[in-house]
Design a protein around this ligand. Structure first.
Ligand code: UDP
Ligand code: MG
Length: 193
C-alpha cells in the first residue's frame, strides 16, 4: 500500500495553524487533523482512561505522552480512508518526534513542515481574544505563559530538526489570513505528492 503523505503544521499558540488548515482543506485534497482537537475529543469521551491526564497537560501547557497522541492520529488517518494529511500542532517535542518516527516511519512520509512564524505578543493577543468565546481551558494568561514556554523550549528544536532536513517552509503569520494563505498556496502548488 502507498504511504500516507503528511504535512506537519507548526507554530506558536495563536499563530493561525487551525485557520490556515481550514483554508487548505477548502482548496486542496487534504484531511486536517489537529492533535489538540483530537486530545480534547478524547478527554470528553465517556470512559476514556486518559481524560484527566490530558486535561492536566492542556491546562499547564505541557505535552501529552506520544503514545496517546500518536495513536489518536493513527486511528484518525486509518478511519478517514484518505491519503493526504495536515497534522496540526504535532510533533511538539522530542518525545513526540521519536514516537512518531517509531510508529509511522513505514506508513507515512513527512513531505513538508509548514511553520507559521508569529510574534509572541501577537500570538498572546489572538489567544486571549479567542478565549472570550473558545471555551478553551488554556486560552488564559496563565496557561498561555506556560504554552509559550513549552513552544520555545520544546517545539522550536523540532522545527530546527526539520530545517536541517530542508523540509521547512516558513510563513509570515502576522499578515491577514488571506495574505498568509496566498503564501501557503505557493508552497502547496510546488509540492509533488
Ligand atoms: N497537546 C499535546 N500534544 C499535541 C498537541 C497538543 O500535548 O500533540 C496539548 C498541549 O498541552 C497543548 C494543548 O494540547 O498546549 C493545546 O494544543 P493546540 O494545538 O490545540 O493549541 P494551539 O497551539 O493550536 O493553540
Ligand atoms: Mg489550533
Amino acid at each position: 500500500m502507498a504511504k500516507y503523505n503528511v504535512l506537519f503544521v507548526l507554530g506558536g499558540p495563536g499563530a493561525g495553524k487551525g485557520t490556515q488548515c481550514d483554508y487548505i482543506v477548502r482548496d486542496y485534497d487534504f484531511v486536517h487533523l489537529s492533535a489538540g482537537d483530537l486530545l480534547r475529543e478524547e478527554r470528553q469521551r465517556p470512559g476514556s482512561q486518559y481524560g484527566e491526564e490530558i486535561e492536566g497537560h492542556i491546562r499547564s501547557g505541557t505535552i501529552v505522552p506520544v503514545q496517546i497522541t500518536c495513536s489518536l492520529l493513527q486511528r484518525a488517518m486509518e478511519n478517514s480512508g484518505r491519503k493526504n494529511f495536515l497534522i496540526d500542532g504535532f510533533p511538539r517535542n522530542k518525545d513526540n518526534l521519536e514516537g512518531w518516527n517509531k510508529a509511522m516511519e513505514e506508513v507515512a512520509d513527512v513531505k513538508r513542515v509548514l511553520f507559521f512564524d508569529c510574534d509572541e505578543k501577537v500570538c498572546v493577543d489572538r489567544c486571549l481574544n479567542r478565549g472570550k468565546t473558545s471555551g478553551r481551558s488554556d486560552d488564559n494568561e496563565e496557561s498561555l505563559k506556560k504554552r509559550i514556554h513549552t513552544y520555545n523550549t520544546s517545539t522550536m528544536p523540532i522545527i530546527e530538526h526539520y530545517r536541517k532536513l530542508n523540509l521547512v517552509s516558513e510563513l509570515h503569520a502576522e499578515q491577514t489570513p488571506d495574505e498568509v494563505f496566498g503564501d501557503v498556496k505557493k508552497v502547496l502548488d510546488d509540492l509533488t505528492l
